[in-house]
Design a protein around this ligand. Structure first.
Ligand code: GLC
Length: 424
């Protein structure tokens, strides 16, 4: 065989090896993902494309819609050291616990071997969430921020303050209820689950409040009391948010209510935008999107949410799993994601894409929101803290306890948790 032919054959062989890692083994491997049905449908497509491109057999296992249940099912599998799932998406608030529980495979060696660069990602997010002790354990797939959706056919100018939101809600709700008894001013996430923690943080932070001050717990403050009082009043005093806010309202319940045409304002994550403007939406073409309101004299704030991909320590298919991580965080797939489902890419460089900037006017809005986010504490015992906030804030929304009692209780319980789980 002459040298030239031999070189061509070797190159062909090498390219097969590099681009087709799945051909090494025929086994299936799996990824667990939940979310709204439309979101999971989108994942199905991403995974089919990946399988076709790389001749792989990655199986999508559908998880429940909400973050708390998704975490529960994953923990059962990981605690049992099961090989299934190989891959999963993690809510930004679980990652620290997953790392500390030693459930995640570090990605550094895979990255080095395949010359994968982390520079295009948001450095602050990687350092805060995905890295630990200088090792990389996860990568952001999409970043969530909360926005205010409103009906452009019912109001001209969206509110800047919570007070204005209340006033507009009262006025438009009264008019609309003449023909639609189910109409409410403002729908938001108030049920007892993780989403309530996000709403609560936004209300208090947009009044200058917080849960930690100089690293120590400070919850029972006048800013927090006023903000929580306002949340309770939206339901019970002004009655612009429905009674089921504290029993049922989670992302999908809120989105569906607004999408049916039954609300003037909605607090939701970015995913709702495309769905509100889909063909089967009653509010298609009548929706505006802007930053959340703030209390007078303060700034609008959004909780930082989002979903990151990680690989199980117990996976038997780590090379293939890495192939998918690379695929899903690639520029092309991330761009596709924002175009088809409206998620904010986990990569920073995609936000600079000229075509996207032209097509998606909201990218400018998002830039502001990203600069004004509040992160939930990145500690392994976050679940315990979240549970305390969820339970007490929800009790207050149900009118069982006044704001000051709820906040006092959160402060006491949070301090205990920190004592038990050993904060430095
Ligand atoms: C969204 C966010 C996530 C948050 C959850 C709360 O999925 O991305 O970070 O915890 O909503 O319901």
């Amino acid at each position: 065989m002459n040298v030239k032919l031999w070189t061509i054959i070797s190159l062909l062989f090498m390219s097969l090896f590099v681009f087709n890692s799945c051909s090494e083994k025929d086994d299936n491997f799996s990824i667990w993902i939940g979310g709204s049905p439309e979101e999971v449908d989108f994942w199905e497509k991403v995974i089919n494309d990946f399988n076709a491109k790389y001749d792989c057999n990655l199986i999508l296992v559908r998880q429940p819609t909400y973050t708390d249940q998704r975490k529960q099912s994953l923990i059962i599998s990981l605690e049992g050291k099961q090989q299934n799932p190989d891959l999963f998406l993690m809510d930004v608030v679980w990652i620290n616990q997953f790392i500390q529980s030693d459930w995640l495979e570090p990605l550094d060696d895979f990255a080095v071997k395949s010359k994968f660069k982390t520079e295009p990602f948001f450095k602050r997010v990687l350092n805060l969430v995905d890295k630990y002790d200088d090792n990389l354990f996860a990568l952001p797939v999409f970043m969530d921020v909360a926005l205010l959706y409103y009906r452009t056919d019912l109001i001209v100018q969206p509110p800047e303050t919570w007070e204005q939101l209340k006033e507009l809600s009262l006025r438009i709700q009264e008019e609309q209820r003449k023909t639609n008894k189910s109409f409410d001013g403002f729908v938001w996430q108030g049920a007892q689950y993780e989403g309530l923690v996000c709403s609560f943080l936004e209300f208090i932070a947009s009044n200058g409040g917080s849960i930690l001050q100089n690293d120590s717990v400070k919850i029972n403050s006048k800013e927090n009391i006023a903000a929580l009082q306002f949340m309770q009043d939206l339901i019970h005093k002004y009655k612009v948010s429905p009674e089921n806010t504290y029993t049922e309202m989670k992302e999908e319940e809120v989105r569906r209510e607004f999408q049916k045409g039954n609300a003037l304002f909605e607090r939701n994550w970015t995913y709702a935008w495309q769905l509100h403007n889909s063909n089967d939406s009653n509010v298609k073409g009548k929706v505006g999107m802007t930053i959340l309101p703030h209390f007078k004299g303060h700034n609008s704030v959004s909780t930082l949410g989002g979903w990151h991909i990680g690989m199980s320590k117990y996976s038997d298919n780590k090379e293939k799993a890495w192939q998918f991580i690379k695929y899903v965080t690639s520029y092309e797939v991330q761009k596709q994601m924002v175009l088809t489902i409206g998620w904010n890419p986990g990569r920073k460089d995609v936000y600079e894409d000229k075509e996207l900037k032209k097509k998606l006017s909201q990218l400018n809005l998002l830039e502001y929101v990203f600069d004004n986010t509040i992160a939930r504490p990145t500690v392994p015992y976050y679940t315990q803290i979240s549970e305390v906030i969820q339970r007490n804030v929800n009790n207050c929304l149900a009118n069982k306890i006044p704001p000051v009692e709820a906040l006092k209780e959160i402060e006491i319980e949070m301090k205990n948790i920190i004592k038990i789980y050993g904060e430095k």
